[in-house]
Design a protein around this ligand. Structure first.
Ligand code: NAG
Ligand code: NAG
Ligand code: NAG
Ligand code: NAG
Length: 786
């Protein structure tokens, strides 16, 4: 039996390994400069394609198989024993997909660039910026994609060879490879959105038609860690904005991110690029909406270094391809449903298209707007740019169920981030922007985070943050989690900040059957931007599957500044959302634990905070802990560490969700108010199936005696047909399984009969004994697990 298991493991590991393809490329770390690197390359028969970044060179060897299941042992050894080589890694081909949509070119009549010229707050508000003479002059954008048709008549004038490279072909010409189906048109389309020339008789004009644009051809070949790193660090003192509309598969079951070198490239980019002001990486959030993918499972868009952009449709809806996640910063317009217009831009073979689509089309529009802001103020750092986007994006006219007002009064959604980017507002804010204070971070690991998560249950973990040196005002929040899971797609995870902002770090992914769980995966949220980090952070991990999971590790990484950005303290009016929180609101039973007024400075803030808490903890508390409360008296519920008599809207009384698994964890004891699923207005539990009341644009749908969901009215028909489809599927599944079992039983009986009639039964019986014992083995494994 043991041998059999080992055999299985070997087979499985072979299958897993066969998914890796070793390429002809190497990333080699050599100290001593270009000359030494060239010598090393020559001595071992490699070609040195140049520097990736400091001391890392991109080598290739034509004598090595283009794609191999195993690393090339000879070359690996030769480099390993060479003392000039600090490290060397044969590069593995990665799966990276473009984020356009496979939609037919349909309606060439729509030449109107509605997303730039509709007016009435229904466009990206670029025209007023252009009227002020801001067109992106002096800013340089590069499109990391499948190439760039540099002699396109609408791009020729703004084409920048210094922002261009062909990483696939190892030369300086980014021109795409032409084929029958124009499979490499993506980069050229994205470039036109940024900087197609204005006022010629060709096609369209870009958002930043005065900017320089280049292209990096890197998707048309093996995409390795080294290829990504080289692309992300192309000419970092010349290029200002890198626009990327690609990433790991958006198939609803992948969890993947940048490799070691690409991570280095991001960090080098933000710390050293643009002469220390930091490269600006704009990323498309992903097109996996139909497969219920979550952009927090994509390590590029959920990186704090990238400005992650989603899409809104012409009518302001969440597009069908959109992925909702808490790392999305803002949105721009793109394609939507049938009948909604798409994006007009340059196309391959000197042509023009009015049907560019997906989040692919959104990221370059955002990159163009960043170029406009950079012309207004070239001093902006990579973090300034994110701060400006957070403060100027407009939630108006974008329809989503999950808009929430965060602790500093900004509205934010998982589908749109802070809203639609506003070019003019960004330019205006950029003009007088004072560089934000330095970024600090603190890491706080939750003690005793190891907890089983029984089937159909939720584990709630809390982490008190009392100290976070250098961080008093939050920017990015990362929750790094290790979770063992039997089926990763059954997990959903929410994080609530001390100021009551609740984000979904992960929603169910129906297609994700992986057993790999998460290994210190950095889930990211921008929803607490500007909030205070101090107080109780609450993590909820829901396991809606039928098997036991386990959380192993939870660490919060809080990024931010010690003082608020100058913009927020300059004056108490205008865009400053903090000023909207009046002191009257604080003393009432407001939804937030406390509110603070940055204008009065850090010292005052602390005092206000303490006064607040003393006042709040006076009534209903059974077990006080300093100013806070641990347990409430009867008929009182613990909410944000105070005791109240009724849970507020969007929260439910935890005693309602009392079930077996909670009994085991003694969770019923603390009668607390827990947040509802974001789709419910009122609920009896934390799941999306526990709604009792919906928001205005949704309807309650009962799917069984216990489950009722809130579905947005406009997708109701779709969902219902989906449910029907699942039921059919389950029924078919049950029938197939029963048939199989019956067949097996039948065959076994038959076999027994044969054995009894057979003289040779001695040998055969031996086999059957083996079978019986192996069945026992399997049983014991099952019981061990349970
Ligand atoms: C195009 O040219 C016309 C006339 O030369 C000018 O009035 C107009 O402002 C230009 N438009 C843009 C977008 O540059
Ligand atoms: C940018 O920085 C330089 C040098 O510090 C300064 O002289 C200039 O005024 C700044 N520009 C803007 C728009 O803030
Ligand atoms: C946030 O949304 C609420 C509710 O829709 C609205 O009343 C409020 O004005 C919005 N706040 C901002 C800053 O847009
Ligand atoms: C739950 O409470 C019971 C009795 O009060 C106790 O024996 C048990 O250890 C508790 N379980 C946990 C997980 O704390």
């Amino acid at each position: 039996m043991k041998n059999f298991l080992i055999f299985c493991l070997v087979v499985i590991s072979c299958i897993l390994e066969s998914s890796a393809h070793y390429t002809q490329q190497w990333a080699v770390e050599i100290e001593g400069g270009q000359q030494v690197a060239d010598d090393v390359a020559r001595d071992h028969g490699f070609i040195n394609h140049g520097l990736i970044f400091s001391d890392h060179y991109h080598f290739s060897h034509s004598g090595v198989a283009k794609r191999s299941l195993t690393p090339n042992a000879e070359k690996v050894t030769r480099l390993a024993v060479d003392t000039r080589v600090k490290s060397a890694k044969q590069q593995v081909a990665k799966r990276r997909v473009k984020r356009d949509l496979k939609v037919q070119d349909s309606d060439p009549k729509w030449q109107f660039m509605w997303y730039l010229n509709r007016g009435g707050g229904l466009d990206l508000n670029v025209i007023p910026a252009w009227m002020e003479g801001i067109t992106g002059k002096g800013a340089v954008v590069t499109i990391l994609d499948d190439g760039l048709e540099k002699d396109h008549p609408d791009l020729l004038q703004n084409y920048d060879p210094m922002a261009s490279y062909d990483v696939n072909g190892q030369d300086s010409d980014p021109s795409p490879r032409y084929d029958m189906i124009d499979s490499n048109r993506h980069g050229t389309r994205c470039a036109g959105e940024v900087a197609a020339t204005s006022n010629n008789s060709v096609c369209a004009l870009g958002v930043a038609y005065g900017a320089q644009v280049g292209g990096v051809r890197m998707l048309d070949g093996d995409v390795t860690d080294a290829v990504e790193a080289r692309s992300l660090s192309l000419n970092p003192h010349h290029v200002d904005v890198y626009s990327a509309s690609w990433g790991p598969d958006d198939d609803g079951k992948t969890v993947d991110g940048p490799g070691e070198l690409a991570v280095r490239a991001f960090i080098e980019g933000v710390t050293k690029g643009r002469n220390g002001k930091g490269s600006i990486f704009v990323w498309a959030s992903g097109n996996g909406g139909r497969d219920h993918d979550n952009c927090n499972c994509d390590g590029y868009t959920n990186s704090i270094y990238s400005l992650s952009i989603s899409s809104a449709t012409e009518h302001g809806h969440v597009p069908w391809y959109s992925e909702a996640c808490s790392s999305t910063l803002a949105s721009t317009y793109s394609s939507g449903a049938v009948g909604e217009r798409q994006i007009v831009t340059t196309d391959l073979r000197h042509s023009c298209t009015s049907s560019h689509t997906g989040t692919s089309a959104s990221a370059p529009l955002a990159a163009g707007i960043c170029a406009l802001a950079l012309e207004a103020n070239p001093n902006l750092t990579w973090r300034d740019m994110q701060h400006i986007v957070v403060r100027t994006a407009r939630p108006q006219n974008l329809i989503a169920l999950d808009w929430q007002t965060n602790g500093v009064g900004r509205n934010v959604s998982h589908s749109f981030g802070y809203g639609l980017m506003d070019a003019h507002a960004m330019v205006q804010l950029a003009r007088n922007w004072v560089t934000v204070p330095p970024q600090h971070k603190c890491e706080i690991t939750a003690p005793n985070a190891i907890r089983p998560i029984p089937a159909k249950s939720v584990v709630v973990l809390q982490l008190q943050v009392k100290e976070c040196p250098g961080v008093n005002v939050l920017e990015h929040v990362q929750a790094k989690l290790t979770i063992f899971s039997q089926r990763r797609g059954d997990l959903s995870i929410q994080l609530t900040s001390p100021m009551g902002t609740r984000v979904t770090l992960l929603a169910h992914r129906a297609l994700d059957n992986s057993r790999q769980g998460f290994n210190v995966w950095p889930f990211m949220s921008v929803h607490s931007w500007g909030e205070s980090p101090f107080g109780t952070w609450q993590l909820e991990i829901h396991n809606d599957g039928r098997l036991l999971d386990e959380v192993k590790f939870w660490q919060l990484t809080l990024h931010g500044t010690s003082t608020p950005p100058a913009h927020d303290t300059q004056n108490g009016n205008g865009e400053n959302p903090l000023s909207e929180v009046s002191s009257d609101d604080i003393s009432h039973n407001s939804i937030y634990d406390y509110s603070s007024n940055w204008d009065s400075g850090a010292e005052n803030r602390k005092e206000t905070l303490e006064v607040e808490e003393t006042e709040k903890s006076t009534s209903g508390c059974a077990k006080p802990d300093g100013n806070l409360c641990i347990e409430c008296l009867q008929n009182h519920y613990l909410y944000q560490r105070i005791c109240i008599q009724m849970c507020p809207e969007k929260y439910f009384n935890s005693i309602l969700e009392y079930d077996e698994s909670r009994k085991i964890q003694n969770l019923s004891k603390d009668e607390t108010c827990l947040p509802c699923h974001y789709s419910c207005k009122n609920c009896i539990g934390s799941l999306d199936s526990n709604c009792v009341e919906c928001y205005g644009d949704a309807k309650i749908v009962r799917t069984s005696s216990t489950d009722s969901y809130c579905y947005p009215v406009h997708i109701l028909s779709e969902v219902l047909s989906e449910k029907w489809y699942y039921r059919m599927f389950t029924l078919t599944y049950i029938i197939v399984i029963s048939m199989t079992i019956l067949t097996v039983i039948y065959l076994c009986c038959k076999r027994r009969q044969i054995l009894q009639n057979d003289d040779m039964s001695y040998i055969t019986l031996g086999v059957e004994d083996d079978l019986k014992s192996s069945q026992k083995d399997i049983k014991s494994i099952y019981t061990d697990n349970e």
